[in-house]
Design a protein around this ligand. Sequence first.
Ligand code: NAP
Length: 408
Amino acid sequence: MDYGLLGEKLGHSYSAIIHSRLGDYSYIHFEKKPEELDAFLKTGKFDGLNVTIPYKKAVIPYCAELTPQAQALGAVNTLVRKSDGSLLGHNTDYFGFETMLKHSGLSVSGKKVLVLGSGGASNVAVAVLQAHGAMTVVISRQGQNNYENLHLHADAAVIVNATPVGMYPNTDAAPVDIARFPRLEGVLDLIYNPARTRLLQAAEDRGLITENGLLMLVAQAKEASQWFTGESISDEKIFEIHQQLRQAEENIILIGMPGSGKSTVGRLLAEKTGKVFVDADALIPELAGKSIAEVFAEDGEDVFRQHETKALAYLCKESEIVVATGGGCVMRPENEAILRQNGIIFCLERRLDSLEAEGRPLSQSVGVAELYRIRQPKYAELADYFIDNNGTPEEAATAILKIWEELE
Ligand code: NAP
């Protein structure tokens, strides 16, 4: 049986990976231009399709039947070939967003929920939220409720981002400043790449409930798979695949004093996880056009730190990598969001008298003890976990992997 994903530009999509874990069938990418759509839908060889941007409405005329959800949303994200050869159109995004909302633990009944964006995903979110008793307000750039009059909604309890603002590769953007919403309880972001958009990070910093769009993506795929094959799949499978995807996609970020073993442990972790190891400092000579020692000697530490931030911003929006950072990167506040967007941060700790200072300009000029005194509070602020690296690198890597395997 042939299933797949239909869209105009598919690029890197998690759908094929997710479906390979949901059932034993082939799942192909069908990238079609608008002028190719008609012929493909009439004569294409497929038993079922997921449909994505920009065809969720365009496929409707080709459906002999629509489910009530597809009808209510005016959008189809799943096509199923029936036994008579005709197509049934359904929308599994509803189940996807509802799964995400429920998992967040947010209660929206009777509360004001702002839904940012007025596209297809916004329609789905509004339908689910209203079914759960929320009072929804759609914020649209051209709408009556827009980004200029957000003050009218300072009482919002929940924000749902259904715009692409903050999505890879433009990960340093956020659609709104949540400081404007003092009564906020939670933020849901339909974006899943990066795992923690700037919007979600701001919400996490305030201790609010947050959830990204990965669970929605997996849940909608699970329901689509059931429609494809007719076989029921337990909801537990959603969480199992979600966890596997997180472990595969998210980055392992190593911070710690110069000489604490970040590169050695990082290489081991990359070997064990199949992720790619990157030493952030190795990018700096290319960005600066000179060696790190020359940058320090000729331009000073500030310029070095600027190059370092650029290198980290370039690297850390990618996925599936292990990053060994420079020991002082924690000193620049803007690096925190960059490191955290796709990664879990581990701080390696090693006795100061065993830290290697050779070839490390600041360890030599300032002294290791003084550097540690200055940086320790920053390591403590940034680290999700501290890892003792006074034993072997293998032991430190194993300790990190143990935590990694328990990520949910
Ligand atoms: P869409 O139809 O293109 O709609 C996005 C809406 O966002 C637009 O209608 C627009 O609303 C607003 N928007 C677009 N560019 C903007 C900008 N630069 N600044 C502010 N607002 C902007 O896309 P969609 O299908 O609804 O998807 C929206 C987001 O949800 C995407 O990031 C997508 O990846 C994500 N999504 C995730 C899942 C999942 O399973 N996790 C499923 C579906 C979608 P206004 O013109 O009204 O401002």
